[in-house]
Design a binder for this molecule. Structure first.
Ligand code: GLN
Length: 380
């Protein structure tokens, strides 16, 4: 049997590859982005309670109404925007699924999608699976800022969508109000859609404000905004997220979603609906994770790695240009095999594998894990 491969250039994702190597060599895994500390026990209890109460059959296709209502309340509280929970929110099995579904909803073969690189690894394959064409714009190294003049130059009659991600994976860069103003001017009077990946909305540091698309009605009217519960509640393995979009866009999104996952885990939705009301859980998250960033930075000071700024997400890039001339991939593999620390080569987030000699470190780990990793990295 022969398959006509829709992704001929794709291998196994870098996260799987590096996590497998980390396990094989018993390395500390600062590669794949997930916390190594336990999630909130009260939330686990709520899932347990929901299961025991008999909430074990299909949830509605768009998500449990009470959870969608609570999300709409949260959005109004955080971003002063009124969202209709009935028509504008759909619960999804994870943020990546929400992004995949939004792109599949909108893209036709030959459409162009503007993607800033480095880009989260699912974006380009998802565009290509849909027969569309990624138009790649490099973020400016080393601050990873968007060159909006370049964006203007890259827009054609075929531009269907612009993809944004703030706080940004893998760089930790954060979009500013000025970025949003530039974007508003560019898309005004066009038919360009926006996909905004905001899964790290609460993981933002140094008093910076998250510039959600949901704050800007003229941007929101053309947007799919994607979120993740896994990143907020330290449960990436639950694969739960949601998408917010205006009614007409969400109607089309649900047409695709209903024939794919159809609906999401019912007891988890019941639990989240209750838990999400405790604002402290997400309001204090930025500070908690910032402490981890700062601890790791202090621990890394005696090493030869040079930090690049991280203003959000749970990642920090470190340059190894003073250590080695190897490719990022070769060096990352050697770090696992010789020193027992797994990272992610940033070149994996570029279609052409661009090299800046920087590795991504995930710092959402216990102090002990970070200390042990830094001790090992001091020997490099
Ligand atoms: N979002 C996580 C990261 O960037 C991992 C996602 C995945 O493993 N597919 O590390």
């Amino acid at each position: 049997m022969k398959i006509h491969d829709k992704l001929p250039n794709a291998g196994t994702t870098i996260f799987t590859t590096m996590s497998l190597l980390a396990t094989e060599y018993k390395a500390i895994n600062l590669g794949q982005g997930f916390p190594d500390y336990p999630m909130n026990a009260a939330l686990i209890e709520l899932v347990n309670k929901a299961m025991k109460s008999g909430y074990n059959q299909y949830a509605p296709m768009s998500g449990l109404p009470v959870l969608r209502e609570r999300i709409a309340e949260k959005i109004q509280y955080l971003y002063s925007t009124i969202i209709d929970s009935e028509t504008e929110i759909t619960i999804t099995p994870g943020g990546t699924y929400a992004i995949y579904t939004a792109l599949t909803t909108v893209l036709q073969p030959g459409d162009e999608v503007i993607v800033f690189e480095p880009a989260y690894d699912s974006y380009i394959p998802t565009i290509e699976v849909n027969g569309a064409v990624p138009v790649l714009i490099p973020l400016h190294y080393p601050d990873y800022a968007i060159d909006w003049n370049l964006v203007k130059q890259k827009i054609t009659t075929k531009t269907k969508m612009i993809m944004l991600n703030t706080p940004h994976n893998p760089t930790g860069a954060v979009l500013s109000k000025n970025d949003m103003e530039q974007l508003r001017a560019i898309v005004k009077d066009t038919n360009i859609f926006i996909l905004s990946d905001e899964v790290y909305e609460h993981l933002i540091f140094d008093g910076k404000k998250h510039e959600s698309i949901l704050r800007y009605p003229d941007l929101y009217e053309r947007s799919f905004v994607c979120f993740s519960f896994g990143k907020v509640y330290d449960c990436t393995g639950w694969k739960m997220g949601y998408c917010v979009a205006p009614p007409e866009l969400m109607k089309a999104f649900r047409k695709i979603h209903q024939f794919n996952a159809f609906s999401c885990n019912t007891p988890v939705q019941h639990a989240l609906a209750e838990f999400i009301r405790q604002k402290e859980n997400y309001l204090q998250l930025g500070n908690l994770v910032q402490q981890k960033r700062d601890l790791f930075k202090t621990l890394m000071q005696p090493t030869k790695f040079k930090p690049l700024p991280s203003y959000g997400s749970y990642f920090q890039l470190y340059s190894f240009e003073d250590i080695s001339e190897e490719t990022e991939m070769d060096f990352a593999i050697r770090l696992i095999k010789w020193y027992g620390v797994a990272t992610i080569p940033t070149s994996a987030f570029y279609k052409d594998g661009k090299e800046n000699k920087v590795l991504r470190f995930c710092f959402s780990k216990t102090a002990d894990t970070l200390k042990l990793a830094a001790e090992r990295l001091m020997k490099v």
